[in-house]
Write a protein that binds this ligand. Sequence first.
Ligand SMILES: [Zn+2]
Ligand SMILES: [Zn+2]
Length: 446
Amino acid sequence: MSTLTLPTEAVVIAYDEKDGLGTLRTSQGVEVRFGASACTDFVPEQGMSVWLVETKPDPLGRGERAKVVNRTGHVEKDRLAQIWEEHAASDACYEREVALLEALGLPGEAIEPSDYETLSPEQRVRLAEGVMELRRTSRLFEEAFTALTELDPTLLHPYLGELSHQHEVEALAWTDAPSSALAPLMDALRMDWHPQQYVSVKDPVAAAALALARSGRDGALRVLEAWVGALDEGARLEALTWLRRADVVPRTSGKLVRNFTPACLEVLPEEPREDEAPVARGTLWRPIPDATCMKCGNSLVDALHLDGDGAALGLPWPARLPTCLTCLSEGGTVHVELSPDGALRSMGADRTSKFPQQPTAPRTQTLDFVPGRTWRSIMMSDGERLHRLGGAPSWVEYPEAPPCPRCREPMHAVGQVRDDDCLFSDTGMLYGVACEGCRIVTTFSQ
Ligand SMILES: [Zn+2]
Ligand SMILES: [Zn+2]
């Protein structure tokens, strides 16, 4: 028990920076030793006016020693106690998150990203409610939140009023957002916008533009067009690069469009769940007879190929990804033209490096497709499920949108193939885009 009345004002009368020890003299003239670790909000210096808030017995039996010293006089915990309390609070949040998952029949701590897909529609609604409740009372359960936006962003639309589009995870909730939620974002667009060097959602104008683009709503895209058109040239280029994060790109007329189709098929994993019935079949790394690359002379191959009619399944044309593996592995952007009679003609490749590569042709594999998620980020996805046709691309690096080599219009996303064996990238992905009008498919990797 301290003999002092605390908190009390004091002055640092001695301090040794080297060993982090010093002495205070209180306003009643009592001298108390202190260590730097007791000082919660300042670095001690001789002559400083401070507050002695709490003491403890000196470990060497020389009276009392300072436990908490600060510059405000507010009673607070010492730093170690603060750290313990923060840990305890974080553990409590984590336990609430695990309890939420277990209440929905999910394996709590051992959850895998694909487990979220097993939830029924009613359970998904309950998960959204639970995630929002946690956000209000402790913190955002980011993993479950991201999984919900990928499963079905409409689950989070009832909560847009309390979410922040300037928070990089919460902003995902504006994916496919209803027009009724967009008016405040439209008001936030400023024609005199001049971006910082690194555009981010911390910039309120950029955040509003990205949320509008993520909504994909026609009205939102028209307002963004007017905004982009009114910007000065430097800002306009920055804005268009930024909007690609939402896979929104300009046509040569200036019209903004989403360059992907929502329908999506993903390759069934090697160990499928019981309730997963294939809806289509396909082939991975399917050789294309009598077709060689105009640039390098090697044989062309379909990285992924749907057997059957892609259009009937809502997939983007042409539901296959013909490429030259050699040019692709040299960093090239490979162009192939498909004639209406099914014949295929190489148009060569751009951007290939000077260093020739000799990639080994991967094993041809037949596979089954199941309905996939339109939105799937790399972080939350099971690797083996990333081969896909349709949907929005899961970019490894920055979103790319190469124009059609013939008409210069933006090409739409066709599909992607994960590079499981580092054949053409460093653990990256092959992406395919196409211009149906010109019948050209372009592939590249990240
Ligand atoms: Zn080639
Ligand atoms: Zn074209």
